[in-house]
Design a protein around this ligand. Structure first.
Ligand SMILES: NC(=O)c1ccc[n+]([C@@H]2O[C@H](COP(=O)([O-])OP(=O)(O)OC[C@H]3O[C@@H](n4cnc5c(N)ncnc54)[C@H](O)[C@@H]3O)[C@@H](O)[C@H]2O)c1
Length: 254
């Protein structure tokens, strides 16, 4: 299959989720061999079947909890066994627990940091040696608007710490990766409609507060976000590293 990602082996994490499943479909349409994974085996399997039904090339390791170093290493080994090399690591998957500061337990704090920040560090560590060996690669880390600003209606103290960490860590990784041809960038989406955010949008006050932050006055969709990742994964972005891409309808530009 020809395409902007033809010949590339691309790991996408969290392929059972809203943006991960969209990413798997679009990356496969662009000619990538997609290596997916998710802790949610049923959802990951559904994505695998959708991609293959379209004629796309995909392998998936699930259930896989990526929040341990051992499992991150297993994912890299799985990708190498199918693709022979790893060209792209798209760190999309993550889990979060939301609570207002006085109610945020130490356990929920640690869960969020582990599943949004550690998870990316472990995956990057796991693919780094093979990317160095092959002379480069592209790493795309998903941050969030919550890593830069606070929302009045979002109890995001741990989430903002984790996503701010993702954005900052990506710049450091870009600096270490530069001499090896490894590009590292982050994508920071604003409010994106997924099953979980759609449930919250049924509260009019919540929806008004969130949409009021968006210059384009509507929530995004996974299809609004994934093209940025395709660009960063492709050779078109060969001179782009250390950047954070705000895909947020103007939320952070007021
Ligand atoms: N939806 C939004 O409004 C929004 C906004 C900004 C950023 N983001 C970020 O975009 C990314 C994708 O979000 P989404 O909205 O598609 O969420 P989602 O919950 O639909 O998808 C995330 C996927 O990651 C998987 N996952 C969670 N923990 C895991 C683990 N330890 N190991 C393996 N898989 C794990 C989940 O099972 C899920 O399928 C996330 O990093 C999220 O923080 C989302």
């Amino acid at each position: 299959m020809a395409g902007r990602l033809a010949g590339k082996t691309c790991i996408i994490t969290g392929t059972g989720g809203a943006m991960g499943s969209e990413a798997a479909l679009v990356f496969a349409r662009e000619g990538a061999l997609v290596i997916g994974c998710d802790v949610d085996a049923d959802a990951a399997q559904q994505t695998l079947e959708r991609v293959r039904a379209e004629g796309g090339r995909m392998e998936s390791l699930h259930p896989l909890d990526l929040s341990t170093q051992e499992n991150a290493a297993a994912l890299a080994a799985f990708a190498l066994s199918h693709g022979g090399r790893i060209d792209v690591l798209y760190n999309n998957g993550g889990g979060v627990r939301m609570a207002w500061l006085p109610d945020m337990s130490a356990e929920d704090w640690s869960f969020t940091i582990r599943n949004e920040l550690d998870i990316i560090f472990f995956a990057v560590r796991a693919v780094w040696p093979t990317m160095v060996e092959h002379g480069g690669g592209s790493i795309i880390n998903v941050g969030s608007v919550s890593g830069k600003i606070a929302y009045k209606v979002l109890p995001a103290v741990a989430h903002s710490a984790a996503k701010g960490g993702v954005i900052a860590m990506s710049k450091h990784m870009a600096m270490e990766g530069g001499p090896h041809g490894i590009r590292v960038n982050s994508i920071s989406p604003g409010l994106v409609l997924t099953p979980s955010t759609e449930r919250k949008m049924s509260d009019p006050a919540w929806a008004e507060a969130m949409i009021g932050k968006i210059m384009l006055a509507r929530a995004g969709t996974p299809a609004d976000v994934v093209p940025a990742a395709v660009y960063l994964a492709s050779d078109e972005a060969r001179w782009v590293t250390g950047a954070d891409f705000a895909i947020d309808g103007g939320t952070t530009a007021w």
